[in-house]
Design a protein around this ligand. Sequence first.
Ligand code: ADP
Ligand code: MG
Length: 244
Amino acid sequence: MPQKKENKNAVIELKDVCKTYFMPGGMSQSVLKNISFAVYPGEFVSIMGHSGSGKSTLMNILGCLDRPTSGVYKLAGQAVSDKTDTELARIRGKEIGFVFQNFNLLMKRSIADNVSMPLIYQGIGEKERHERAIQMLHQVQLDGYENRLPTQISGGMQQRVAIARALINHPKIIFADEPTGNLDSKTSDEIMDVFTELNKKGITIVLVTHEDDVADYAKRMIKIDDGRKVYDGLRSNYNKGSKK
Ligand code: ADP
Ligand code: MG
């Protein structure tokens, strides 16, 4: 659980991470304020907060899509600030899978092509790409769907395709930013069951949501309010009635 001192190494470690956006005309907005926490292998963590509280900004830093303005972010024990953009892209490709609210699928490509797309950048041939896509589709219970187009399946299925794509490189961590934000509650539960299964297999999951029902799937919750961490602990100990 949070900040535990064990012999296991943290997969994610933030120390006093701040993010400020600088706008033209000398304006600036401080969006993340001295955020510190660690996540250990196999954890399932939700990051909660109101709209505009800084969740996506934090997620972009965690996923190495952006860098902190100050503070230290270590991924798998390595300080991200020491890496070049090329090195970060490689770490991202190998260690991390991403799932987004709007699925981000290529609508004119087959489901198999969507799932195997990350392998193209590694120079893996077409046959192996297709085989691996089919294995991943099996993990999200979409056997037989490989030749369909994303437009021919439901939103929940599209999100499962996106999860299969996130899994293709066998990542240690999955970052999901509001993955159920476009789905009805029954479909949301199905997607959260997929994440639960992956977590049981040992994949660390960090998931942003503003929905209580979704956060209930995660054991630990980190709450952000106006860029500050205001809660970090067991979800079950959090008083949902209080605002903080
Ligand atoms: P959340 O995901 O919790 O809704 P965000 O991290 O998207 O919050 O945004 C937090 C704040 O940072 C908002 O006020 C938003 O307008 C601002 N913000 C986000 N991205 C940028 C950016 N690229 N440039 C300037 N301000 C930004
Ligand atoms: Mg957001």
